[in-house]
Design a protein around this ligand. Structure first.
Ligand SMILES: NC(=O)C1=CN([C@@H]2O[C@H](COP(=O)(O)OP(=O)(O)OC[C@H]3O[C@@H](n4cnc5c(N)ncnc54)[C@H](OP(=O)(O)O)[C@@H]3O)[C@@H](O)[C@H]2O)C=CC1
Ligand SMILES: CC(=O)N[C@@H](CCC(=O)OP(=O)(O)O)C(=O)O
Length: 347
């Protein structure tokens, strides 16, 4: 018998992906599932791709319903998690709580307030084990903040070069995303007729909420920890899933492609979920679809004297639900890869 997992937001896109992954996880059992407006429905109404779970009822998202489990995964809109975590604490419940939303990702209260405009709930260990220092913090933690999906791609593409000071701390990130990144609730900018035939930039000009999170991750790996300048532009593409981040930064003097490649090779040599592709193979969202993996590649643009670093991943898998369970594996002392898909779906 494994540990039981309660899931809040089970009717949503991330909730569905958490459940798909839990079905294959040998150490974790699905417990109570909760939702918002869909409470009272059976799960099959919302996730017909998970027929084994079709008859499970969705309950209201209350602390009473979520209590009594070993792990509570929150896949709720941001702003909804702090109250639940606090109440579970007050009741003397001590589950491992995993927030797939943004509430506990940022360490800087001022940045939180600037980008989210609400009181800062706090900072939890960060669910990107590949980021230097993060894996140690996840060991035996009781709280996990899962990163944003664009942030994971940009961080994996750039941190090795910044940590080794092979580029200037001044990066641009253009990150293409599938529409499931916006969740299932109807959004004014996501009408099917408009999204299906167009690629559209949004959150332009440093306004997107993921900007301070990318800054936090990249600044944290540099030897000086000085803020890295990040210009981030997300682009919505007509595909259901996937992130492709194309990043660049000025090369430090005398940096060679050979040196860069050896730095990326050592950063990812022991990472089960991150592949530095063979030279000349470029990341695509297809090669990571439905897998808990990220594909990374680098090139030197000699004419512009810049590093170009790319990363692809599935926003719902390595970009959220898979990262959540990878981090849960670490926190619970299971092998990090337990139950997580390494193979993507192709073509
Ligand atoms: N989609 C993605 O690629 C990523 C998402 N995330 C984060 O994960 C979280 C979930 O995202 P996603 O699944 O895409 O969003 P969805 O909109 O698809 O799902 C949201 C879920 O939360 C429930 N919910 C909404 N409001 C309430 C409420 N007031 N009380 C209780 N339950 C509520 C919804 O239930 P109902 O429909 O029944 O109302 C639904 O189950 C968000 O914080 C998001 O930012 C993070 C990284 C990537
Ligand atoms: C296509 C789309 O809208 N994507 C979302 C990112 C999804 C994500 O990572 O969400 P949180 O950081 O909110 O958890 C966005 O750009 O806001």
């Amino acid at each position: 018998m494994g540990r039981t997992v309660a899931l809040a937001g089970a009717s949503g896109y991330v909730g569905g992906e958490v459940l798909r992954l839990l079905l294959a996880h040998p150490e974790l059992d699905i417990g109570t599932l909760t939702a918002g407006d869909s409470a009272g429905d059976q799960l099959g109404l919302h996730h017909p791709h998970l027929p084994q779970l079709a008859e499970i009822p969705l309950r209201e998202t209350t602390v009473t319903n979520l209590a009594g489990h070993d792990v509570v995964i929150l896949a709720l809109p941001h702003g909804q998690s702090a109250a639940i975590a606090t109440e579970l604490d007050q009741r003397g419940e001590a589950p491992l709580i995993v927030d797939c939303g943004a509430d506990f990702r940022l360490g800087d209260t001022e940045q939180w307030q600037r980008y989210y405009g609400t009181p800062h709930a706090g900072t939890w260990p960060y669910g990107l084990p590949e980021l230097p220092g993060a894996r140690n913090q996840l060991t035996q933690t009781a709280r996990i903040a899962v990163p944003g999906c664009h942030v994971t791609a940009a961080t994996l593409a750039l941190f090795p070069a910044l940590a080794a000071e092979l580029v200037a701390p001044d990066v641009t990130v253009v990150s293409v995303t599938g529409t499931s990144g916006a969740g299932k609730a109807p959004k004014p900018h996501l009408h099917g007729a408009e999204v299906m035939g167009a690629a559209t930039a949004y959150g332009v000009g440093g306004t997107h909420r993921h900007t301070p999170e990318i800054v936090q991750n990249l600044s944290g790996v540099t030897p000086t920890a000085d803020p890295v300048a990040v210009s981030f532009t997300p682009v919505l593409a007509p595909m259901p899933r996937g992130i492709l981040a194309t990043c660049s930064a000025p090369l430090a003097p005398d940096t060679t492609e050979t040196h860069l490649r050896s730095v990326y090779e050592s950063a990812y040599a022991d990472e089960p979920f991150v592949t530095l592709l063979e030279p000349g193979v470029w990341p695509s969202t297809a090669m990571t679809l439905a897998a808990n993996t990220a594909a990374v590649q680098i090139a030197v643009d000699a004419q512009a004297n810049r590093l170009v670093a790319l990363a692809s991943l599935d926003n719902l898998t390595k970009g959220t639900a898979g990262a959540a369970l990878q981090s849960v594996n670490i926190a619970l002392g299971h092998p990090e890869t337990t139950g997580l898909p390494m193979a993507a779906v192709a073509p």
